[in-house]
Write a protein that binds this ligand. Sequence first.
Ligand code: EPU
Length: 422
Amino acid sequence: MDALIIEGPAQLKGSVDISGSKNAALPLLFSSILFDEEIRFKNVPRLWDIETTLSLLETMGAEFSWEKDEGTISILPSIKTKMAPYEWVRRMRAGILALGPLVAKYGEAKVSLPGGCAIGARPVNFHIDAMKQMGISVEVEQGYIKAQVPKRISGAHIVFPQVTVTGTENLMILACHAEGATRIENAAQEPEIVALGEVLNRCGAKISGLGTPVLEIEARRLNPPVNPISIPPDRIETGTWISASVASRSELLIRNCDSAQLTSIIQAYRRLGTGIDVLSDGAQMKIRPPDRYEALELETAPYPGFPTDMQAQMLANLCLAWGKSRLRETIFENRFMHVAELRRLGAKISVQGNVAEVDGPSILQGAPMMATDLRASASLIVAALSAHGQTKISRIYHLDRGYQRLDRKLSALGARVTRIIE
Ligand code: EPU
């Protein structure tokens, strides 16, 4: 297994380009199931989760070609097996995104239950309940969700009990294929929902309210997209680079980003004391770390709130801030696995329930650490950039699931990072 060795404290210099968004790309790739023609994508990030998605589509009968360096993919869906097996869904929970498109297009699907992961139990009951409301018969048997459309998918009035990103994505696709209109309340407002909705609308769908908590969807016949679908920049990768700049106290120019999607992240880092200049109509940001960081209180929330996917990285930064910081995690019940690792570097963090309290500032010292999930890996790297001495981060495969060559991008900026095989 790969591990990273980082010599800190790091000094970064120059500019970094943001890759395409993982969480926008995954639902868009799965939506190719809806069409019979070849669908093309560009600005696709080079990630394990993309590899897993393509392999899963391949087991269903799809053919694809992926130019990894160019970031282009074409998929000829030609689905024969309407099933997403456990073998793939256990590697990537986003496999649940096959459910909506399969049922919409073929009226049936058998998709493995994703199961829990390092950050929480992560059930999919909201997806299932909403599908039942649309007249789809859904049973859970032997670890699989079996869905069948007895007559037709019916438009419905769905109120999600809690905001769900992939749930909104699956239901939005089903609603495009229903008879009658659908209203989704408490819908996710994440930019990834907007990206999917805009592509569907370009294909002939009628979805209004994108980016708000209420979506109105009228069923329409979808035509395949004419032009390649372009994956927007990754807002969490962008936030992670702000975090890396703060950790290394180095000025950094972030390019090819969409700063309009980072309002809550920018606000939080400004409160910490960081200077952030938004340039080039929001496509670039200059990060200017101050001499002293101030402690802050913050909580994660669905978009437009501060994202849970940035909580771990922010926690690593708060170790450098003066005073007591409090970070409340409101989305996932178990997303503090990185805390025990950060403590190994000398961080003073205590966790009570869903609140992490940080006593700062700490002078972090390098130590061996173990990555537990994707964003935790990013947090440990950020902490290692600010620590003195050598840090080894094991199980770095989590990182490769969701960050395009983060270690190479860091090396190009002057950080001393080496990838080794353990
Ligand atoms: N939930 C339920 N029942 C459901 C669905 C969700 O109880 O049927 C709960 C979850 O357990 C969680 C909360 O609702 O406590 C929100 O979960 P959500 O469904 O929004 O999460 P998701 O769609 O599985 C996506 C991202 C995650 C990101 C979350 C929250 C993708 C592929 N994944 O997951 O990304 O953390 O939304 O923003 O879009 C990551 O990239 O590292 C990552 C974990």
